[in-house]
Write a protein that binds this ligand. Structure first.
Ligand SMILES: C[S@@+](CC[C@H](N)C(=O)[O-])C[C@H]1O[C@@H](n2cnc3c(N)ncnc32)[C@H](O)[C@@H]1O
Length: 166
């Protein structure tokens, strides 16, 4: 799978050398993307079978749900990247995992996506305006979209690029 156009567009917000947390990294398309740009990337997923550790890639196998403890303790990152994954109870921890001034790049499916296929269950779909609401008061928003996309498949997505201010 190719790099998300949203991630590619806003990756330039990250300062050179900023550490990156790729949450629910999957096969690591964004892990490899940021590593190739010179960032140290920590990739977490419950299935790390397709994630390869390297000099600047740390791979952590962890269940992020089911009552499991947050696997990163009080570690802080220069950027947190999440794509095509939503588990609402993680929001406080992943915001906390950002250093002051850190960059949040988040893109996932939103209500309306059920018309096109999966995910279709409400717990996997952002509500209208949800990402904006979540960051209000604590982030400066550089870009936000809630729209239908046609690549890599037709879907309704919400996506944000924001800098942590407090
Ligand atoms: C749709 S994939 C997205 C992967 C990647 N972020 C991307 O956009 O290419 C969702 C990922 O969430 C991971 N995931 C789902 N439930 C999880 C859990 N409880 N703990 C950790 N990872 C989980 C899956 O293993 C999968 O890799």
């Amino acid at each position: 799978m190719t790099t998300s156009s949203w991630i590619a567009t806003w990756a330039g917000l990250l300062p050179a050398g900023a550490s990156v947390l790729d949450l629910a990294a999957g096969k690591g398309r964004h892990t490899r993307f940021f590593a190739a740009r010179g960032h140290h990337v920590t990739a977490i997923d419950r299935d790390v079978s397709e994630l390869a550790a390297a000099d600047n890639i740390e791979v952590i196998a962890a269940d992020l749900e089911n009552g499991s403890p947050w696997p990163l303790g009080d570690r802080r990152f220069g950027a947190v990247v999440v794509t095509n994954y939503l588990h609402r109870p993680l929001f406080p921890a992943l915001f906390e995992a950002l250093q002051p001034g850190g960059i949040l790049l988040y893109e996932t499916f939103m209500v309306g996506n059920e018309r096109f296929g999966k995910p279709s269950r409400p717990e996997f779909l952002l509500k209208d305006g949800e990402l904006l609401e979540l960051v209000r008061g604590h982030f400066s928003v550089t870009a936000y979209e809630a729209r239908m996309i046609s690549e890599p498949k037709i879907a309704m997505v919400q996506r944000i690029a924001a800098r942590k201010t407090s």
